[in-house]
Structures are given as structure tokens and as C-alpha cells.
Design a protein around this ligand. Structure first.
Ligand code: GLN
Length: 456
């Protein structure tokens, strides 16, 4: 813990931690020492980790990297962080992210972006750590903490993991409680671990998940010992390669990474099968209707009354001006864009044309996966991202849709509620990490982690 606290102090240029909690860390570390001395050593005991700013942490600023939650210190602890602390984990501080987890580059954060510790060859230009869990990815990759929590609504664990050379798993929807995690799109949001390797991910996921009566969508299912399932034996497993993920104009190095990963799994005794997920091309448009719709509803609660920031008012201003000024000042441009899109697609005249249609597409995307799994496929192998980490500011002036294209390989998994993991398996020509994604059957994270373990 002390070594991590020193490393964090020396790495402020990464802007990964936005709020340090050294007193809490030292207190938790001492308590962990006492537990260890007493022979009570749960899996996470004494391990220093970072917590994404989207998790409410009791008495500690929790802003979801938004101006509208300025000064907000929750009265409660999120279930996932509580599970980690109950198991002896030590909190070093809160980690940077895109505002309300909306983004793929960490550039929508009110704190300014976190920075990727990796560089292109000898070029000094700073790169994005990805988003939205960019602070978590940067901190784990730079050894500022042993692991971190992340959340993933459309790829926010897996894309930053791929951009920084670490491992990240989004479990099945319902595996982790969402209680106390600031809501973005409630039917898609899931928490998961971001770690240095698959074994760490297995250990941390087991601690994070489990049934929680405070989240009605949390599954009342036993949590397996994921670590015990890491045998590395994938003989006879059927691994599907979906043809729709082979995009036009996909960089050669991503193609090669994918081919190498496929060959590795084959060598390990897996059976490789070509599969089709025909509705893949509709996933991004459906996601960018459903996620903003849910966000516009979830973000209605930030009205200047219940939480955080309230705009200064002038004489004569009424409640409408208070809402308008507070929300105009408190939300950044990307969040405002999502609220507008979401409100539009949910409005009476457009609900059927956009929202209901997107929901029908979502059901078809889920059915594509159901059919493939019913035909005996155990896991699906794809690239995690369409490119390596890009330069900070590079996409800033681009059409926002360009940024949304980053999620092309990851959003299907959230729409279908499936578990997905990103594992670092190679470097591009400039020495930047690249990741592969494995998608598993619902509730079979143990199997999925084992397939990933074989690829590591
Ligand atoms: N990049 C996606 C978005 O902006 C995904 C974000 C996430 O998973 N939280 O919506």
C-alpha cells in the first residue's frame, strides 16, 4: 500500500487518480495486516486497488467525473466496493473516467483526461487510455495499484483494457450488483475487474459479484470459485469466429492478431468453427438509441436539488431557470448530447420509430448469440477494438460518430447481456498493446476466464 501511494504521488501526469484516499488506505491496510496475522486471509486481503469514480464510496467524493456532482459525498457504499472491502481490499483512491461513463477516450471527464502510460515507438505524443474506465486502465497498467474496478455499458472495461495492455472482464448482466453505482444505462451497465492478468481477474470478480437484494436485476445464483476453474485445458472447446466482425478496412495488424489468437487456441486443442451473427451491423445504431434513452431518464435526477451542483440564480429566476442553468452548467457537451438524443427517441411521436425498433433489434442480436451457443459453441473470439490507442485530441474535432465506432466489437455483448473479456495478446508495429475479446455463454464466466487463460 505504501509503495502504491508513493507511485501515485509520482505519477500525477497520468491523471489516473482524481481523488486520493491515503488515510483510508493506511487504516484498511493495518486492519488487513491484523486479519492476516490472525490467520483470516480472504482473497483480496491487503491488496491495494483503485475504485472508478462511478462507484459511490461512503464519505469520499464520488462525482462520476461530472461537474454536476461537485462536492457529492455519498452516505453509502456501493455493494461492489463494500464486497471488496469486506474481503480486505484497500482503497487507494478514486479513478478518472469519462463523464457519467459516456465516452471512449476519457476526454469527457470534468477532471481532464487520464493519460495512457504507453507511447508509440519513440514518439512522445500522449495517447488515450481509452474510456470510459480510462483512469482504471492507466493506473493498473502503470503499476499504481494492483487492480481496479471498472464498469462497462458498451465496452468501457474491455476497450481501455485493450488500449493499455491489461485484462478486463465484463461479467454477465446481473452478476454484479449495480446498487450504489451511478446509473448510465441501467439495462446495460455492469461492473467488473481490471487487472494485470486473468488469474487476478478471476480472484477479484469472485469477490465483487454475488446476489444483492438491493438490486432487483442482480442474479440469485451461487458464485463459483473462478480461480479454481483456471486449468488452461481447452481441449475440445468449440470456439466461434464470427464473419461479421471481419470489417472492411480493418487494420492488417488486427487481422493478424485475430488469426494468431485463433491459431493459439487451435494448438491448445480447441475446435475452431466459422459462425455468423447476422444482426451485428445493427448493434451500434441500436446501442446509441437505447443507451441515451436510458441515460436521459437516469440523469433526470440531477436537478440542482438532490445532489451536488446548483447554479447561482438571479432575482426572478424560478424553478425552471434553476433546473436549466444547473444542468447547462453541470453537464458537459457529450452528456448533453446523450440527454437530447435520449429525450428525442423517447418522445411520444418517435418512440416507436426509434426506441421500440432499437429494442426489437436488440432481441435479434441476442437471438444470434443464443442460436450460436445452442449449436454448441462455447466461446466466441473477436478483436477487442478496431485499432490500438489513438492520440489524445486526435478525435476531438471529429464527428462524434467516429468516436462511437470504437465500440463496434464490444456493444453487442452488453445488448445481449453476455460476459466478455479482453486479454492483451500482442503489440502493433509501433509497440502499442492490442487485445482480443472472448465472449462467453451467460453465467459461464469461469469457462470464459479459462479460455482467456489459455490465450494469455
Ligand atoms: N463508449 C461507449 C459509450 O460512450 C461505452 C461506454 C461504457 O461502456 N460506459 O456509450
Amino acid at each position: 500500500t505504501e509503495a502504491c501511494l508513493t507511485a501515485i504521488e509520482g505519477s500525477s501526469a497520468l491523471n489516473a487518480f482524481v481523488h486520493n484516499t491515503p488515510e483510508i488506505a493506511m487504516e484498511q491496510a493495518k486492519a488487513a495486516d491484523a486479519r492476516l496475522a490472525a490467520g483470516d486471509a480472504p482473497a483480496m486481503c491487503g491488496l491495494p486497488i483503485g475504485i472508478k469514480d462511478l462507484f459511490c464510496t461512503k464519505g469520499v467524493p464520488s462525482q462520476a467525473a461530472s461537474g454536476i456532482l461537485e462536492g457529492f459525498k455519498p452516505e453509502y457504499e456501493s455493494t461492489v466496493s463494500q464486497n471488496l472491502f469486506d474481503d480486505g481490499a484497500v482503497m487507494l483512491g478514486k479513478l478518472n473516467m469519462d463523464e457519467f461513463a459516456m465516452g471512449s477516450s476519457n476526454e469527457t471527464s470534468v477532471y481532464g483526461n487520464a493519460v495512457n502510460p504507453w507511447r508509440r515507438g519513440n514518439d512522445d505524443a500522449e495517447l488515450t487510455p481509452g474510456g470510459s474506465s480510462g483512469g482504471s486502465a492507466s493506473a493498473v497498467s502503470a503499476d499504481l495499484c494492483l487492480a481496479a474496478t471498472g464498469t462497462d455499458t458498451g465496452g468501457s472495461i474491455r476497450q481501455p483494457a485493450a488500449f493499455t495492455g491489461i485484462t478486463g472482464i465484463k461479467p454477465t448482466y446481473g452478476r454484479c450488483s449495480r446498487w450504489g453505482i451511478v446509473a448510465f444505462a441501467s439495462s446495460l451497465d455492469q461492473a467488473g475487474p481490471m487487472t494485470k492478468d486473468v488469474r487476478d481477474a478471476a480472484i477479484m470478480l469472485e469477490t465483487m459479484c454475488g446476489h444483492d437484494p438491493k438490486d432487483s436485476t442482480s442474479a440469485d445464483l451461487a458464485v463459483p470459485n473462478f480461480e479454481a476453474m483456471l486449468t488452461g485445458d481447452i481441449k475440445g472447446k468449440k470456439i466461434g469466429i464470427p464473419k461479421e466482425y471481419r470489417m472492411d478496412g480493418m487494420p492488417e495488424e488486427i487481422e493478424k492478431l485475430w488469426a494468431d489468437g485463433t491459431a493459439m487456441m487451435k494448438d491448445a486443442g480447441a475446435e475452431i468453427v466459422d459462425i455468423s451473427l447476422p444482426h451485428t451491423k445493427y448493434a451500434l445504431p441500436a446501442y446509441y438509441v437505447i443507451a441515451p434513452a436510458e441515460a436521459s431518464s437516469n440523469l433526470a435526477r440531477y436537478d440542482g436539488v438532490k445532489y451536488g451542483h446548483r447554479a447561482k440564480l438571479e432575482a426572478g429566476d424560478g424553478i425552471t431557470e434553476m433546473y436549466e442553468k444547473t444542468r447547462a452548467e453541470g453537464f458537459g457537451p457529450e452528456v448533453q448530447r446523450r440527454v437530447m438524443i435520449g429525450t428525442y427517441v423517447l418522445s411520444a411521436g418517435f418512440y416507436d420509430a426509434y426506441y421500440n425498433r432499437a429494442r426489437r433489434v436488440r432481441a435479434l442480436i441476442k437471438k444470434d448469440f443464443d442460436d450460436v451457443f445452442a449449436a454448441g459453441v462455447d466461446a466466441i473470439l473477436t478483436p477487442a477494438t478496431p485499432s490500438a490507442a489513438f492520440g489524445l485530441g486526435e478525435m476531438a474535432d471529429a464527428d462524434p460518430v467516429q468516436m462511437y465506432l470504437n465500440d463496434v466489437f464490444t456493444v453487442t455483448v452488453n445488448l445481449a447481456g453476455l460476459p466478455g473479456i479482453s486479454i492483451p495478446t500482442g503489440l502493433d508495429k509501433q509497440g502499442l498493446p492490442l487485445g482480443l475479446q472472448l465472449i462467453g455463454r451467460p453465467w459461464e464466466e469461469g469457462d470464459l476466464l479459462n479460455c482467456a487463460y489459455a490465450l494469455e
